[in-house]
Design a protein around this ligand. Structure first.
Ligand code: GLV
Length: 306
């Protein structure tokens, strides 16, 4: 039995070292140099090549190396096996701090004052108007972010696939609900899982409903956003600004127009980073469960795609 690590764009050195404290190094295989494909029982993935899992005839389970599994379930040649994700309780904490931070960065005009500081310009202004934060996606992370923002004094509304009943967050579902939520969004925060129905959801029809001083914050997946529509909406002053942590292609290519855009603030997919310790504990536990034929922890609903 062995654990395969397949993460083409990420270094796995630290991960292998951490896993080796619990799993014998002979049982750890790192793609592309897989010694014995027939021994692989569990695959740990981050943006693997679609179709590549067909090489492992004795695979029993698959795990994402993060919270998201979108890049796994979109593999059309994926063997029909249980899929786990990492559930890191600190992710929600990091996410609420990040989202609160970028909202405050905009609301308090910190960028504007930073520029004025360079010419010793003392020019006080009130915070940007707008107190309503609309959260798309009210799963565990979206709910925690919403509650936190409510406790910080914001009016929080939300939208999700299934109906929710969350204290302090007025929530909606369906297409009509989406329009209602977005048209009130001074800040529109995307925390949705990426599925075929949410892909490209951040597009011109939503931007046209937002107030012209509205701000988009995408901390979910790059594929939620229609990048061309965003550029048009910003250039036509349909919305005010965008804070983006995720992109269709990561790293963002050097010639991407987002880099130079004065209304876009970019962070390199850092809003919530899975802790190595937490991930390793869950991977080891699931690997052991595979060995003893037990059900794996934190498995996703494959039909829902998350
Ligand atoms: C990060 O985006 C993750 O899915 O863990």
């Amino acid at each position: 039995m062995s654990l395969l690590i397949n993460m083409p764009n990420r270094s796995s050195t630290k991960l292998v070292a951490a896993l080796s404290q619990f799993i014998s190094p002979e049982e750890i295989e790192v793609w592309p140099d897989v010694r014995s494909p027939e021994k692989v029982t569990m695959a740990l993935l981050w943006q693997h090549q679609h179709g590549s899992l067909l090489a492992y005839k004795n695979l029993q389970a698959i795990s994402s190396f993060g919270a998201g599994v979108d890049f796994i379930v979109s593999d059309r040649q994926l063997p029909h096996l249980p899929i786990a994700r990492i559930v890191d309780p600190m992710l929600a904490t990091q996410m609420k701090q990040y989202v609160f931070g970028v909202i405050q960065h905009h609301r308090l005009r910190l960028e504007e004052y930073r520029i004025k500081q360079s010419t010793q310009l003392w020019q006080p202004k009130g915070p940007h108007k707008g107190n309503t934060i609309a959260i798309l996606g009210l799963g565990q992370i979206g709910t925690e972010v919403g509650r936190f923002l409510h406790s910080a004094g914001f009016n929080v509304i939300g939208w999700s696939h299934s109906e929710k009943n969350i204290k302090d967050i007025t929530s909606f579902t369906g297409e009509v609900g989406l329009k209602k939520v977005v048209s009130q969004a001074d800040y529109l925060v995307c925390l949705l899982p990426l599925t075929p129905s949410t892909q490209g959801i951040l597009n011109k029809s939503l931007f046209s409903l937002m107030p012209s001083y509205g701000v988009l914050i995408n901390v979910a997946r790059g594929a939620h956003l229609n990048e061309t529509d965003l550029l048009k909406a910003l250039n036509n002053d349909e919305i005010k600004a965008a804070y983006l942590d995720v992109f269709q292609q990561e790293p963002l290519t050097n010639d991407h127009p987002f880099w130079q855009h004065e209304k876009i603030t970019i962070t390199p997919h850092v809003s919530a980073i899975t802790s190595l310790e937490t991930a390793v504990a869950q991977i080891v536990e699931n690997y052991k469960r595979c060995q003893s034929g037990e059900e794996i922890l934190h498995s996703i609903n494959r039909d829902k795609g998350y």
